[in-house]
Design a protein around this ligand. Structure first.
Ligand code: NAD
Ligand code: DAU
Length: 352
């Protein structure tokens, strides 16, 4: 049994689907079901007794203590977080509450549970914290990619809150010997990605005939990884990672945002051409830049490859095509997740 937090969100739901496709070890899924959490992502597990969903907050120490005592997991994987940089700029408070205070309460509950385990279970237990490359800040054009030793220089309320949570996790290992693992991953894309983030937003807006907003000059660089590759990396780190270590996860796929948007437009032109025969790229619109926008992220994934033998299975070209096809095939999902609070969000960007 493993306890996975935030597994109704984008990466967490992909992780649980993947996990249960490969093993019969049950999963307890604790998720608050914020705007970003959606049980429809896990609809295929509706009658699957290996998946046990609990609605709740990682900051709820009592609930956590009860879940841990009842289910006795051998590991906790912490995905739960507020994850969208733009939202953190408009309103940082939820980010501080969930990403910092919530992670603290989760760590406290896990520490108490772990302390009381018998010797063997205690030494086999793992707390895996899922984090981001954004904690390292912004890279210069020719600087080497982020290694695990890169100093922390978070620039947005989101990345600062994730950095704080990483430090707490580290401290619980050094101070209390809690057996922790931390992964810092680059930008994910793939199925169930909420359409506030660049790739699903562009696909959604393109098909809806809306503008495709490019922040600033569109030359900011992100390093893209297909979500299932992130899931396989987390499984591998859980299985064989050295306790207390940090593993950077990435696919060596640096791309300027504008190139990503052009690629999406070209695939859509081929798979779902516009009714008027024009190209989707005509919908590209330059808008005001994100304040404090990090210019470049790039992950050096050589440690996880060298130590744990992990490599991504998808290239950007194969992964992005699968992703566009998934969105074309799952328009009902898109329309359901964009029907609620989302409507009040889109358009609030920086003068879009
Ligand atoms: P997401 O926003 O899609 O999902 C987050 C999930 O956490 C949602 O289901 C939400 O309901 C849940 N949640 C939020 N607050 C909670 C709380 N207080 N208690 C319990 N559940 C809560 O995010 P994602 O993109 O799937 O990211 C998952 C994790 O991976 C995050 O920690 C994020 O920082 C990290 N990460 C994301 C990326 C990326 O590209 N998306 C890359 C690297 C790391
Ligand atoms: O690097 C990992 C991080 O990647 C994760 O930790 C975050 O949780 C995740 O949201 C993602 O953060 P980004 O800010 O990089 O992702 P986003 O999709 O919001 O933006 C990607 C790039 O595209 C970024 O440079 C901003 C730009 N952008 C974004 C949107 C939504 C646009 O130009 N237009 C847009 O409308």
């Amino acid at each position: 049994m493993i306890l996975v937090t935030g597994a109704a969100g984008f990466i967490g739901s992909n992780f649980v689907l993947d996990w249960l496709a490969q093993s019969d070890e049950p999963v307890v899924n604790l998720d608050l079901l914020t705007y970003a959490g959606n049980l429809e992502n896990l609809a295929s597990l509706e009658n699957d007794t290996r998946h046990h969903f609990v609605k709740g907050d990682i900051g709820d120490f009592e609930l956590l203590s009860k879940l841990l005592a009842d289910h006795k997991p051998r590991a906790v994987v912490n995905f739960a977080a507020e994850s969208h940089v733009d939202r953190s700029i408009h309103g940082p408070e939820d980010f501080i509450q969930t990403n910092i205070v919530g992670t603290f309460h989760l760590l406290e509950a896990v520490r108490a549970y772990w302390n009381d385990l018998a010797d063997e279970a205690k030494s086999n237990f793992r707390f895996l914290h899922v984090s981001t490359d954004e904690v390292y800040g912004s890279l210069g054009k020719d600087s080497p990619a982020f290694a695990e030793t890169h100093r922390y220089e978070p620039n947005s309320p989101y990345s600062a809150s994730k950095a704080a949570s990483d430090h707490l996790v580290r401290a619980y290992h050094h101070t209390y010997s809690l057996p922790v693992l931390t992964t810092n991953c680059s930008n994910n894309y793939g199925p169930y990605h909420f359409p506030e983030k660049l790739i699903p937003l562009v696909i959604h807006n393109a098909l809806a005939g809306k503008p495709l907003p490019i922040y600033g000059d569109g030359q900011q660089i992100r390093d893209w990884l297909y979500v299932k590759d992130h899931c396989s990396a987390i499984r591998r780190v859980l299985e064989a990672g050295r306790v207390g270590e940090v593993y950077n996860v990435g696919g060596w796929n640096e791309k300027p945002n504008l190139d990503v948007v052009h690629t999406l437009c070209a695939i859509l032109d081929e798979l779902s051409p516009r009714a008027d025969g024009n190209a989707y790229k005509e919908q590209i619109t330059y808008v005001k830049d994100r304040p404090g926008h990090d210019r470049r992220y790039a992950i050096d994934a050589s440690k996880i490859e060298r130590e744990l033998g992990w490599k991504p299975a998808e290239t950007f070209e194969t992964g992005i095509r699968k992703t566009v096809q998934w969105y074309l095939d799952n328009q009902v999902w898109v329309s359901n997740v964009t029907s609620g609070a989302y409507k009040n969000w889109v358009g609030k960007q920086y003068g879009a």
